[in-house]
Design a protein around this ligand. Structure first.
Ligand code: GDP
Ligand code: ZN
Length: 461
């Protein structure tokens, strides 16, 4: 495609907000090098070789004062992320200095980049497709090594290659139909119908397989939604805190959610757990808000994994029994906590309610049993999730939704052929499938979609 965007040079801070050891101000566009050179004291950046880095100072042109000591990377088109000229100014990470450099660059002629605009340019300039653009976002947000691996595979274009192959298959048969319509005298309808049926079935099989990876992709991307439930005082907070402390919690606020919705992640042996309703559990001043049975029920609906905590130093209560019943069909670990106290819980009764394979014993106050708990979580996760790192996966709801649409269209093709519908009608559904698959990679994506997609990016990406 044509380079639509080269006219304007954009700039943004590309490192995360806040204090860091270094920060990067990035520029992209036809005048990126000249703009940077105008505010840089050091080598003449317009004369240096591409893909080189230069030590010097950023100068405020207004008063000729030194703003910061920097390293500037010069990367000329087309071998850059955006396929445009790109400048990266590595500066000292203070918020004030970094913002000042950005302001100076903007005054020198660059325009502030919109969120995701660098990646959007990479897409518009044909360097990456939509699935790859999305994986850039996934890499930014990846919470585990595995999620990162999947995102990197997508960035390599694995999903695009697969989708492109499928679309090519569909296109071949559509071309065949065109030939039939143009040369009816050959009367190859029956052959074409057979071909169409075979292709539709073959593509459908691949689409089904791809869709089956959607859940895994979601879990890797978003974490296994985990609820820790149980009566008040059984030890939920203590267990959670042990998990958090021993495995270094990653506390993340996810872009796109409101500011006050904090999602908590804990990385247990490489498994990302997204903790459900921690507000009710994570209470240092535990007096007021004890997660009760009603609240447990709420947390349950959203959970992929349930840790049901029981107090082994007390007999089972009606509430315990209710929670056991409620979690019967869930992926579950029943934690018998407070093993250090004299046992009161009737294990014979529990054995009737819960298969013993699901039990685990802990003493949260002294961390006993916490390592086995972590292992069990990882084990449960891995049985539900493939280990293959090379598998092509659907990573997000947009891709999955389009695949489902394509699935429906392909079913219509197959049903239509079985019902003896004329080929030119069946062709409509086949074309729809071709379009829907094309939307995944952006080959057939409407403009609004592209705008909406890139606006989800953080500024500077
Ligand atoms: P929650 O209401 O389920 O979150 O329970 P907490 O984690 O707040 O624990 C309630 C009380 O039980 C606290 O005083 C904890 O110190 C205590 N506790 C938690 N786990 C154990 C344990 O394994 N053994 C003993 N003896 N006390 C525990
Ligand atoms: Zn608690």
């Amino acid at each position: 495609p044509e380079t639509v965007t080269a006219a304007e040079t954009i700039a943004a801070i590309s490192t995360p907000p806040g204090e860091g050891a270094i920060a990067i101000v990035r520029l992209s566009g036809a005048t990126a090098v000249a703009t940077a050179n105008a505010v840089f004291r050091g080598a003449d950046l317009t004369q240096v070789a591409s893909h080189t880095i230069h030590y010097g100072h950023i100068i405020d042109p207004a008063n000729r004062q030194v703003v910061d000591e920097v390293m500037v990377s010069v990367m000329r088109a087309p071998k850059t992320f955006t396929r445009e000229d790109v400048i990266e100014i590595n500066c000292h990470g203070g918020i004030v200095a970094t913002n000042r450099i950005l302001q100076i660059v903007l005054q020198a002629g660059a325009r502030l980049a919109e969120p995701g605009e660098f990646t959007k340019r990479a897409f518009l300039n044909g360097r990456i497709d939509l699935t790859q653009a999305e994986s850039v976002m996934d890499i930014i947000r990846a919470k585990t090594d595995r999620a990162m691996q999947v995102a990197e595979n997508t960035l390599d274009g694995d999903l695009r290659k697969l989708i492109t192959t499928l679309r090519q298959d569909i296109l071949e048969v559509l071309a065949q139909v065109e030939v039939n319509i143009d040369y009816p005298e050959y009367d190859t309808d029956e052959l074409t119908t057979k071909l169409m049926l075979a292709k539709a079935q073959a593509v459908l099989t691949r689409v089904d397989a791809l869709l089956a990876t959607a859940t895994t992709g979601k879990v890797l991307r978003e974490g296994l939604a985990t609820a820790i439930i149980g009566r008040p005082n059984v030890g939920k907070s203590s267990i959670l805190n042990r998990l958090l402390h021993e495995d270094k919690a990653i506390v993340t606020d996810v872009a796109g959610t409101t500011r006050d919705v904090l999602e908590e992640y804990v990385n247990v042996q490489g498994v990302p757990l997204k903790l459900v309703d921690t507000a009710g559990i994570r209470d240092t001043a535990d007096k007021v808000e004890k997660i009760g049975v009603a609240r447990s029920k709420q947390a349950l609906t959203a959970a992929d994994l349930v840790l049901l905590v029981l107090d082994a130093s007390q007999p089972l209560t009606a509430d315990d029994r209710e929670l056991i019943a409620l979690t019967q069909t869930k992926r579950r670990i029943v934690v018998l906590n407070k093993q250090d106290l004299p046992a009161q819980l009737d294990r014979t009764e529990l054995a009737q309610l819960v298969p013993q394979a699901e039990w685990l014993e802990t003493t949260a106050t002294s961390s006993v049993g916490l390592a086995p708990l972590a292992s069990r979580i990882a084990q449960l996760f891995n049985t539900g999730v493939t280990n293959s790192q090379t598998q092509v996966m659907v990573a997000n709801a947009r891709q999955a939704d389009l695949l489902r649409q394509a699935q429906t269209s392909l079913h219509s093709v197959i049903d239509g052929i079985h019902a003896g519908m004329p080929i030119d009608l069946v062709q409509i559904d086949m074309t729809a499938a071709w379009d829907q698959l094309g939307e995944i990679t952006g080959d057939a994506a409407p403009d609004e979609l592209i705008t909406q997609l890139f606006s989800q990016f953080c500024l500077g990406k």
